[in-house]
Design a protein. Structure first.
Ligand SMILES: [Zn+2]
Length: 275
């Protein structure tokens, strides 16, 4: 394992455009249950309640339900763990160029990461369906608690938690930006995700195969690098990427393994400076 961590650290140091793709696995250590997992929200609540059409049909009813759900879903008290901190550190060092995340908890930003692409929105905010203004989720929740159902924007529009609901499209700008990074990165760190769900599933493969295929349809214009990117996976268990796509697979908790990798990166960078 030590040897593996060392090799990955060397790959990171010699990369010039490393990106990270993160999923639920990095946030479970902050006490946020994987929505799809055994303790997840979808075991207790019917996912159909969280469709866009259900929200629009009865936004007041949705917010009443939300006040109950938010307690189970974590959010308010969750804090970043050493895995989030390690990725923020890699960005500060100029090694990691961006984080592409499937999570809606905002913990990467809370840990200090600046360049974060959110595929599924961010549950720390609510957004006006009419004018697009964002307010903090707490402000919307307080209004709902006062009986304002649904809570509304200053313009009169209905506020909706700013995560992508079922039936809703992935924000196109986020998708385009993520694909651009996948085409030009030379290292992709895949953390806490089995990358089986679209569009996350696409990214390590685009990085590896440089397949531009249909990407032009999405407005992706970057010219891919000639060489395939190195794909490094950090996950509790093997995934479909392990045999086919990943160059390195580190099995373990993100909160334990990422700090080890960063420690090694710092050692290498320090010794090069010294020599
Ligand atoms: Zn508005």
């Amino acid at each position: 394992m030590r040897e593996l961590v060392k090799r990955v650290a060397e790959e990171l140091v010699s990369s010039d455009h490393a990106v990270a793709l993160t999923g639920a696995g990095i946030s479970t250590e902050s006490g946020i249950p994987d929505f799809r997992g055994p303790r997840g929200l979808w075991k207790k609540y019917d996912p159909r309640l969280f469709t866009y059409s259900n929200f629009v049909r009865d936004p007041g009813g949705f917010w009443r339900l939300w006040l109950e759900v938010r307690r189970e879903a974590f959010l308010a008290d969750a804090t970043p763990n050493p895995g989030h901190a390690a990725l923020a550190k890699l960005e500060q060092m100029g090694i990691l160029k961006c984080i592409i995340t499937q999570n809606v908890d905002g913990l990467h930003q809370k840990a200090g990461s600046q360049n974060v692409i959110e595929f599924h929105g961010n549950l720390r905010y609510a957004k006006c369906l009419s004018c697009g203004t964002r307010v903090s989720i707490e402000a919307a929740e307080e209004a709902a608690l006062r009986g304002e159902l649904p809570p509304r924007c200053g313009c009169g529009g209905v506020l909706k938690p700013d995560a992508v609901f079922f039936e809703e499209q992935i924000p196109q700008e986020a998708l385009r930006a993520a694909l651009e990074h996948a085409l030009v990165c030379d290292l992709m760190l895949v953390v806490g995700t089995s990358a089986v769900v679209y569009p996350a599933a696409l990214l390590p493969r685009v990085a590896k195969e440089r397949s531009t295929g249909f990407l032009w349809m999405m407005g992706v214009v970057s010219k891919p690098r000639d060489k395939p990117a190195k794909v490094v996976e950090v996950n509790l268990e093997p995934t479909p990427l392990t045999d086919s796509v990943a160059d390195y697979t580190i099995l373990g908790r993100a909160g334990e393994m990422l700090p080890k990798i960063v420690e090694e990166v710092e050692r290498i960078v320090g010794s090069r400076r010294g020599s």
